[in-house]
Design a protein around this ligand. Structure first.
Ligand SMILES: O=C(O)CCC(=O)C(=O)O
Ligand SMILES: [Fe+2]
Length: 231
């Protein structure tokens, strides 16, 4: 029995105890839970992502400081992320929509699934989520998630097409790394010794999404983080 009403609310979103996802430790502090989200929850999240992205002005393909354009479409909630900083307002000066409570609850529940209830309880509140959309050609280069002022684990949810998620080391963008297939419904959490590991998405596998998720094509990824920033 979940003792916390917030956990009770999201308990129905995940596979729960009947068919629990078997956690796979990819590196110390990095845990992959395949098939964590129920198919109904994946579908619901896809629909909510559409609304959330609309509310923050649509997906943007950010320019990088070196002059490139990111192939991944991005939106963010709680704080506006662009390479490589957070702001409290959208580019048009309006406030960034708050992190939906559901995403905070899923983050907490994801940390509990990966590292246990005690770890989940000791985290500061999650207050930011990046929503990434990958079309068939999109990829994300190796990078660290380093704009946060907080060591809380990053909680990543995948929806739609499968991708190759490359999880590396904290020192370099190159080997050693491990390639993991992230499918729709998978949870990936990285914290502790893995929090500052380089990671990226070298490719997706177009056409692999379960049509029941309501995403005709492409991959959605939601990474939920604690910014450590104060409003
Ligand atoms: O799409 C993914 O699985 C990874 C996304 C990511 O690394 C990020 O948003 O910083
Ligand atoms: Fe990242």
């Amino acid at each position: 029995m979940a003792r916390d009403p917030r956990e009770a609310r999201v308990a129905s979103w995940t596979m729960g105890t009947l068919f629990p996802a078997e956690p796979v430790t990819v590196a110390p502090g990095a845990v992959h839970l395949p098939g964590w989200l129920r198919i109904e929850s994946q579908r619901e999240l896809v629909g909510r992502c559409r609304d959330w992205v609309r509310a923050c002005g649509g997906m943007r393909h950010h320019r990088t400081p070196r002059g490139g354009t990111m192939s991944v479409g991005m939106a963010s909630l709680g704080w506006y992320w662009e390479p490589y900083r957070y702001s409290a307002t959208l580019p048009d000066g309006t406030p960034v929509p708050a992190l939906p409570a559901l995403l905070g609850e899923l983050a907490r529940s994801g940390v509990a699934a990966a590292f246990g209830d005690e770890a989940a309880e000791s985290q500061p509140p999650y207050d930011v989520a990046l929503i990434n959309f990958y079309g068939p050609e999109a990829k994300m280069g190796m990078h660290q998630d380093r704009e946060e002022r907080c060591a809380a684990p990053v909680v990543s949810l995948s929806l739609g097409d499968t991708c190759v998620f490359r999880f590396g080391n904290t020192e370099t963008r190159s080997r050693p790394y491990t390639d993991v297939e992230l499918r729709g419904g998978d949870l990936f959490v990285f914290g502790g010794a893995a929090r500052m590991a380089y990671h990226g998405v070298p490719r997706t596998r177009p056409g692999t999404a379960d049509p029941a998720t309501g995403l005709e094509s492409g991959r959605l990824n939601i990474t939920i983080r604690a910014s450590g920033l104060s409003a």
